[in-house]
Write a protein that binds this ligand. Structure first.
Ligand code: ADP
Length: 162
């Protein structure tokens, strides 16, 4: 039973259709997916955890099979604490691979009960990252193809009124 739960961790700063594509495909395999917003990674976030949650909740539109949570500290500790065993990550390019390979190997050595599964990005989203979205939005470009409407709105509010 417990194996039917997967954790999808990340910074989600903000959530994009690339993330949502991985989520939707994850839900074909797992009964429940927990989106876990990492609270303490070295990357500086544009949005607070609360703001990220609001945008994610709007995007999942009441889907009962998705839970949204956040965690501090190590992912392996969080996964253990909630009794899950599987982590989902998305892969966009070779450049993702090296980092993800190191992280997955490190995590497995820290917690042998946890495993990471990787899903290849879709052709429509392989070039979409939260970082590029923020760059485009900061210069007033349209990102409506790549993020849900609320995310686009919040990006404009945050980046264009400075
Ligand atoms: P980013 O790397 O853009 O800051 P996150 O840390 O929030 O994004 O990413 C969480 C997970 O989602 C990572 O495994 C990342 O590779 C994956 N991901 C992000 N964007 C995409 C995308 N466009 N297609 C597939 N996977 C993605």
């Amino acid at each position: 039973m417990i194996k039917r739960i997967a954790v999808y961790p990340g910074s989600f700063d903000p959530i994009t259709y690339g993330h949502l594509d991985i989520l939707t495909r994850g839900l074909e395999i797992f009964e429940k997916v927990i989106i876990a917003i990492a609270n303490n990674i070295e990357k500086r976030s544009l949005f607070s955890v609360e703001e990220k949650k609001e945008m994610i909740l709007e995007a999942i539109n009441g889907n009962k099979n998705v839970l949204v949570d956040s965690f501090d500290g190590l992912l392996v500790d969080y996964v253990k604490r909630i009794g899950a065993h599987i982590v989902i990550r998305g892969l966009r390019a070779m450049s993702d691979f090296e980092y993800e390979f190191q992280m997955a190997s490190m995590n497995r050595s820290l917690n042998p009960d946890m495993d990471t599964i990787f899903m290849m990005t879709s052709k429509d989203y392989f070039f979409v990252s939260s970082r590029t979205i923020k760059e485009v939005a900061a210069f007033g470009g349209s990102v409506s193809e790549f993020v849900p409407p609320l995310v686009e709105k919040r990006l404009k509010e945050k980046l264009l009124k400075r």
